[in-house]
Design a protein around this ligand. Structure first.
Ligand code: SAJ
Length: 427
């Protein structure tokens, strides 16, 4: 078996580093993305996303002739599909979001055009259970001249597997190599071929299971984290009511050898933990009661934070009877979805700042050391400022992200201000 030419479909936060790792081992890699700008950037030896160490690897891979990007698939021996799986917009509040598999479908249909007997197609995108079988059927719809594992099992011409990515943004290059890899072949031969592909650079174990179990394993990992964060977020609301410092409480409880509570925050963001549990809930709504409730607890946390700000404003105005909200300056510390990154996707901090902008503060300042301009989704009246400038001007400081720059702020700089600290770093 020779799987020498690898094609990665979808050159985003996972696909591009994956393509880079194969190319760094001197495999011939064809990266495919419908975004012409991404393709041009990569072909010039640069990157269009932020991920430490990736730029150097890509430059070397492109200069060495191992990596090339294109906008449509070309023949290869193995295809790795790493495209987004968002959910469809919810028309009615309270309805369960349904996954949007259209990117996988269109990637599969375009890959099908260049498939030849013996090729391997691996799905890496986070997907609801059953998607790999569905992808095999979509491939078959395009190619009646080839056989596929959902109908021909071990005898099929094409091999198909599900092998989820599990890497943490900001540590992708290291985790791609070191993390164990789940290999969910639709048949044994599909798994064997997938292991051969990943062994190119993966140093962790390659653990074989079925495609359906592999799909569920990926969803389970992120749903488990979501449920655990929901527990911490719920505790923070309970403790606020009972006048107990939740961070001290969690430290104490975690001294128990079998307790490991996560950290509360302003809500759960990013494009994984806040999304993937819905893929379980939408398939099995009656059975996913805990997972569903955890999603609701985490989604409600930003509203709780906004109510805290409203209470703080009322407190400030009752102490300054001659003032109105137009005289109040509020600073939001952090806009990213988690500490020390520039990624604002699905960020509770950004959404909270957006909602607060509607309250007509005299000034609404945003401090985000990892970006140089504010996203267009924020109203123009929100101002991006430095840490010292925010500290000089603010009546109320709202800490939303525990960036390292904010941990360095001294207690004396926060004196005489109303502090709302959703991450417990100024307590
Ligand atoms: N968060 C908390 N409290 C915590 C930990 C996290 O509120 O104690 C919040 C963060 O602030 C953030 C959100 O949760 O808003 C998600 O951050 P994260 O660091 O938990 O996860 P992601 O989304 O960056 O990456 C996750 C990882 N999954 C797990 O840890 C199980 C990563 O390994 C996956 O590859 C990634 O999802 C993915 O692509 O699915």
């Amino acid at each position: 078996m020779s799987l020498n030419v690898i094609s990665v479909i979808g050159l985003g936060y996972i696909g591009l580093p994956t393509a880079a790792m194969f190319a760094s081992k001197e495999k011939k890699v064809i990266g495919v993305d419908i975004n012409q700008h991404a393709v041009d950037t990569i072909n010039s030896g640069k990157i269009h996303i932020v991920e430490p160490e990736l730029d150097v690897i890509i430059k070397k891979a492109v200069d060495g002739g191992f990596l090339r990007a294109a906008t449509t698939p070309e023949p290869a021996d193995a295809f790795l599909i790493s495209v987004p799986t968002p959910f469809l917009p919810v028309t009615d509040q309270g309805l369960i979001p349904e996954p949007d598999l259209s990117y996988i479908k269109s990637a599969a249909k375009s890959v099908a055009q260049v498939l030849k007997k013996g090729d391997l197609v691996i799905l890496e995108s986070t997907s609801p259970v059953g998607t790999t079988e569905q992808m095999s059927a979509w491939l078959a719809e395009e190619r009646s001249d080839l056989t596929f594992p959902h109908t021909h099992c071990e005898d099929s011409d094409i091999r198909v597997a599900y092998c989820p990515e599990r890497v943490l943004p900001g540590h992708v290059v290291r985790e791609l190599v070191e993390n164990d890899r789940i290999i969910g072949g639709m048949t044994n031969m599909c798994s064997e071929a997938s292991i051969e592909v990943y062994r190119t650079f993966v140093e962790g174990d390659c653990v074989v299971t079925t495609a359906r179990t592999a799909e569920m394993a990926k969803l389970t990992e992120n749903a488990s984290r979501d449920v655990n964060i929901a527990f911490a977020n719920e505790l923070s609301i309970i403790c606020d009511k009972l006048d107990i410092d939740v961070w001290r409480l969690i430290n104490l409880a975690n001294l128990h050898p079998r307790v490991n509570i996560l950290q509360p925050g302003p809500g759960v963001g990013g494009h994984c933990i806040a999304v993937d549990p819905w893929f379980i809930i939408s398939k099995t709504p009656d059975e996913s009661r805990l997972i569903h409730t955890a999603r609701q607890v985490n989604d409600l946390k930003p509203h709780w934070v906004i109510d805290k700000v409203k209470l703080a404003v009322a407190e400030f105005l009752s102490e300054h009877k001659n003032k109105t909200i137009k005289d109040v300056t509020l600073s939001c510390f952090g806009l990213a979805f988690k500490p020390n990154i520039d990624d604002l996707r699905e960020s509770p901090a950004l959404n909270i700042t957006k909602e607060l902008a509607a309250l007509n503060f005299g000034k609404l300042l945003a401090v985000e050391p990892n970006i140089s301009s504010l996203p267009q989704s924020l109203p123009e009246r929100v101002e991006l400022v430095s840490v010292p400038s925010a500290l000089n001007q603010s009546d109320i400081c709202l800490l939303l992200v525990d960036h390292v720059e904010f941990e360095l702020i001294s207690k004396s700089d926060l004196e005489n201000k109303i502090i709302i600290d959703t991450k417990g770093i100024w307590s």
